[in-house]
Design a protein around this ligand. Structure first.
Ligand code: ZN
Ligand code: ZN
Ligand code: ZN
Length: 379
């Protein structure tokens, strides 16, 4: 599917400049003088530039309050950087193999300043900056500006919605494939192909957790042959037009679930609904976790819900904000995150139900995944 035919409207140079201005305002408000941005999701978000190969060679965007943005990069990558959609307003400083890029960039970095630096900067690069500028103070981006990419604009939300709809179409298609007698790996391969067929450019995970494997939240897929009577946790996603999908449903193989399977599934469904309903004006991230967890704890399964309730999603499939006890960040319009409670019964089965939810301008949640959350049956 071509991006020009039916894909999203591309982000413009003005979009990226606005993001950089907002990032600097956030940094100033948090007591930092600027940002040092390394290749990875932060650089992509702020400039549209994603180096083809991320290597030991230094690429670093320097954003300082009151100064024009500059980016140092290897001379061999200058053409690629110039063609990126959001680098137009950035002065590019190139360096050639054999030169010291840290000495070249040092005059552009206030050596006594406090910077937030991308989590994806390599130790080699962090230490290089510190050696060149011993007085500089660096803090990891996740700690300094955790919400840098958390609030999505309308164009980003449109991409998340399209990715979610594509993932939902995969789930509908998956309900029609054979499970019993095939391995988890076989079903996972079907799922990966479906994600690609539905416009994903990248498959990040295809969890098929059958029977006892479903009780391990980190199980991906393996050689186990799926049997009649199994519960199967399905959790899958990837990137479509640069933005992530991530949804989970738990299905039953054959039409005769036990009463316990039905009860635990319904419990998780109700917990997921409670988490969704907690998204409202004035709520914080931990309120979403508490709402979902309260349902599961009240039924006596609190110690079987082994993880936080959710994570943010955007150009990566795991990023702030996290729906976890202790996270007092208020939910803001434009935030996008998963709500994915689960119950894991060791050696028996697990249930997880997950939707991506976006906070609307009215402060209420809007699901990006809308497939049936009741227990579904497969053959
Ligand atoms: Zn069963
Ligand atoms: Zn997931
Ligand atoms: Zn997730």
């Amino acid at each position: 599917m071509s991006a020009t035919a039916s894909g999203p409207v591309p982000f413009t140079g003005a979009d990226y400049a606005a993001r950089r201005a907002r990032a600097l305002a956030q940094a100033t408000a948090a007591g930092y003088d600027g940002l040092l941005v390394a290749p990875g999701p932060d650089l992509h978000y702020l400039t549209g530039y994603l180096p083809i190969a991320i290597t030991e060679r230094l690429t670093l965007l320097v954003l300082r309050a009151g100064a024009d943005p500059i980016m140092i990069l290897p001379i061999l990558e200058r053409g690629d950087a110039e063609r990126a959609p959001g680098t137009g307003g950035i002065a590019l400083i190139d360096w050639a193999d054999g030169q010291d890029p840290f000495a070249a960039i040092a005059p552009s970095i206030d050596g006594a300043a406090r910077y937030a630096i991308s989590d994806t900067a390599w130790a080699l690069q962090v230490l290089g900056v510190q050696e060149a500028l011993p007085g500089v103070h660096l803090t990891a981006m996740t700690h300094a500006l955790p919400m840098l990419r958390a609030v999505k604009d309308a164009a980003e939300i449109a991409r998340l919605a399209a990715a979610g709809a594509a993932a939902d179409a995969c789930f509908e298609a998956l309900l029609l494939v054979r499970f019993s007698g095939r391995s988890e790996n076989d079903v996972a391969a079907d799922l990966a192909q479906m994600l690609l067929d539905h416009g994903h450019s990248q498959v990040d995970f295809t969890v098929v957790g059958s029977g006892p494997n479903g009780a391990n939240p980190h199980h991906e897929a393996g050689p186990r042959i799926i049997e009649q009577g199994d519960m199967v946790v399905l959790d899958f996603g990837g990137l479509k037009d640069g933005y992530g999908s991530d949804t989970s449903r738990t299905v039953h193989v054959g039409g005769a679930p036990t009463s316990e399977e039905v009860e635990v599934h319904d419990l998780v469904r109700r917990a997921q609904q409670a988490g969704f309903e907690a998204v409202r004006p004035g709520a914080t991230c931990q309120d979403v976790d508490r709402a979902a967890r309260a349902v599961i704890s009240a039924a006596g399964y609190g110690d079987r819900f082994l993880h936080r309730t959710g994570h943010g999603i955007g150009t990566t499939t795991h990023e702030p904000p996290y729906m976890v006890e202790g996270e007092e960040q208020p939910l803001l319009p434009g935030m996008a995150f998963s709500i994915e409670p689960g119950v894991y019964l060791a050696d028996r089965f697990g249930v997880r139900i997950e939707d991506i939810v976006v906070v609307g301008e009215d402060g209420m949640g809007r699901r990006m995944n809308t497939t049936n959350r009741e227990l579904q049956f497969v053959g």
